[in-house]
Design a protein around this ligand. Structure first.
Ligand code: 5AD
Ligand code: SF4
Length: 471
């Protein structure tokens, strides 16, 4: 078994990135799943959602069909998230349920994703969860067919987690969740090493895909009728920086993706450190690059930002936000914030509240700090009580919600452009997003699914809008 060593990951050398192409599933493996149903349960971020689209396609090429839920599945694969303790706990809770099902009938159970890259998790699976049939990591998804073959042939637990993190595998089959909007990876991994974050260890060093591969993927999506792409990476602004001598950056990429003619382009996640003026110009000058920027601030206190290793100050962050708001009319700005980082005082937390007031975010993902084994912050004493963490989170959420509602209210009676991408839970309604990433429920005929339409906003809530088709 190859398992990564979290502590050593920081010292990694910039080994060459190999691009593996022409991925093919061996003909002899294509019947393995015949008459069997699979369920993939995905936890965590869009990166995992995107990986699951590959995993599902691989399983289907192996003959499996998609099952409705775990109760009627022959194979259940958990694509896991390691970012916080609660994500972790949910997965172990689900494993308990699966164990119970497996006691009464045959069931293959697999675990992959970020938790699989954690040594502590793998050790626990090997010692205490022997009913888990197989585990693979974030760097060897393409090995799934061979791993499954071994599981079935040998009938013993298969663990294959690679610590090698230098590869990009192109041409893995994909079964996209939506016919209208698509995730497009532009890079993998992260080199930022924020002190609280496990991602650089579970996802490896930053590796950018070649621009030709990205553009080709978007061009194909346009041909297939897709309306929207979201360019994905942990730190998209640093695109290209890891390729030696690559004279091509995120601003160049955004501009070239805009030329493919795709109607909407989003990109997540941006790190404030790498956001350049050129990027701002490209967003401003290309109507199909949406005016939506997710710019995690994490804290408003310079002292905490330094402890977090975020590499910017409150002042430089605010300067960037000011520049964005001046240059991009109607910009939608969202963020991520952590409360209760070690040693966070009331004063530090007040700085976070005040930066929210200054930025007036359209929305924010807010989290209680969760120590992750192997990260530098986990060596600091987690000295803020849960009671204080929860109180701060509540106060922050109230403030964030106030600004979310306020920004939604600006749209009341306005006409906005919406990509209707799914059926709403309510009968006769479709839902979709504005160019500024606001969720809208619209009374609309099913024939409009997948279309970009004008919608007049008729009522406003904190997290969504209601509207009617405007002709
Ligand atoms: N504890 C709490 N929140 C975290 N995040 C990342 N690591 C942790 C952690 N250890 C949050 C950050 C990041 C988002 C994806 O998750 O805010 O931007
Ligand atoms: Fe984690 Fe920081 Fe990288 Fe984001 S930029 S993935 S928070 S290390």
């Amino acid at each position: 078994m190859k398992t990564p060593n979290l502590v050593d990951a920081r010292k990694r050398t910039c080994s060459k990135v190999d691009i593996i192409r022409n991925f093919k599933i061996d003909e002899s493996l294509k019947n393995i799943g015949k008459n069997k149903k699979y369920v993939v349960k995905t936890y965590g971020c869009q990166m995992n959602e995107r990986d699951s689209e590959n995993i599902c396609a691989i399983l289907e090429e192996m003959g499996f069909t998609k099952g409705l839920d775990i109760e009627d599945a022959d194979l259940v694969l958990l694509n896991t998230c390691a970012i916080r303790e609660n994500a972790h706990n949910k997965v172990f809770g689900m494993l308990g349920r699966l164990k119970h099902i497996k006691e009464s009938r045959p069931l293959l159970i697999g675990l992959c994703g970020c938790m699989a890259q954690e040594e502590v998790v793998v050790s626990e699976i090997m010692s205490r969860h022997k009913y888990v049939d197989f585990v693979f990591g974030t760097h060897n998804i393409h090995e799934l067919p061979n791993i499954l073959k071994r599981v079935i042939d040998n009938n013993k637990q298969e663990i294959e987690v690679w610590s090698k993190e230098g590869d990009i595998v192109e041409d893995i089959p994909i079964k996209r969740e939506s016919k209208f909007k698509a995730w497009v990876n532009i890079m993998y991994g992260c080199d930022k090493f924020c002190t609280y974050c496990i991602v650089p260890y579970t996802r490896g060093k930053q590796r950018s895909r070649l621009k030709e591969d990205i553009i080709k993927e978007v061009e194909e999506l346009v041909k297939e009728g897709y309306k929207e792409v979201t360019l994905l990476g942990q730190n998209v602004n640093a695109y290209g920086k890891d390729i030696e001598g690559y004279n091509y950056n995120m601003a160049n990429l955004l501009s070239d993706v805009a030329k493919t003619g795709i109607e909407r382009i989003k990109f997540v996640t941006s790190h404030p450190w790498d956001f350049t003026d050129d990027m701002i110009s490209v967003i401003r000058d290309n109507p199909n690059v949406l005016p939506y920027i997710h710019l995690p601030v994490q804290s408003g206190s310079n002292r905490i930002l330094k402890l977090m290793g975020r590499k910017y100050t409150r002042e430089s962050y605010l300067e960037l936000v000011h520049k964005l708001k001046m240059n991009i009319p109607n910009i939608c700005l969202t963020t991520d914030i952590i409360v209760g980082f070690p040693n966070e005082t009331d004063e530090d937390f007040n700085d976070t509240l005040s930066i929210v007031k200054e930025c007036e975010y359209d929305s924010a993902y807010t989290f209680i700090y969760s120590p992750r084994v192997g990260t530098p912050a986990s060596k600091m004493e987690d000295n803020i009580s849960l009671e204080i963490k929860e109180k701060r989170l509540q106060e922050l959420n109230d403030l964030v919600n106030y600004y979310s509602r306020k920004s939604n209210e600006k749209l009341e009676n306005k006409v906005v452009s919406v990509l209707l991408d799914s059926k709403s839970e309510k009968e006769g309604m479709l839902s979709g997003y504005t160019t500024t990433n606001k969720l809208v429920n619209v009374k609309a005929d099913i024939s409009l699914l997948g279309k970009i339409v004008n919608v007049k906003i008729t009522s406003v809530k904190t997290w969504s809008l209601d509207g009617e088709i405007y002709e």
